[in-house]
Write a new protein. Structure first.
Length: 68
């Protein structure tokens, strides 16, 4: 990996770092959603699950916040 990073151009390295960062952010977001689902299930609040998912998708998405 170190050799690959040393031989690639700056644009390739920037893309690789951006892709890794985007993957980490998506992974953290999916992990949070899974944890919330588990908490709702354990609390017996699955009736509100669809509403909660809509609320999270609407109000936590930065692009939607900017559009509002």
């Amino acid at each position: 990996m170190k050799f690959a990073k040393a031989t690639m151009s700056q644009t390739q390295l920037a893309f690789m770092l951006w892709r890794e960062h985007a993957r980490n952010v998506a992974h953290a977001d999916n992990m949070m959603k899974k944890m919330i689902d588990k908490m709702l299930r354990s609390a017996g609040l699955m009736v509100y699950n669809l509403f909660t998912r809509w609320k999270l998708a609407t109000f936590t998405d930065n692009e939607k916040k900017r559009a509002m």
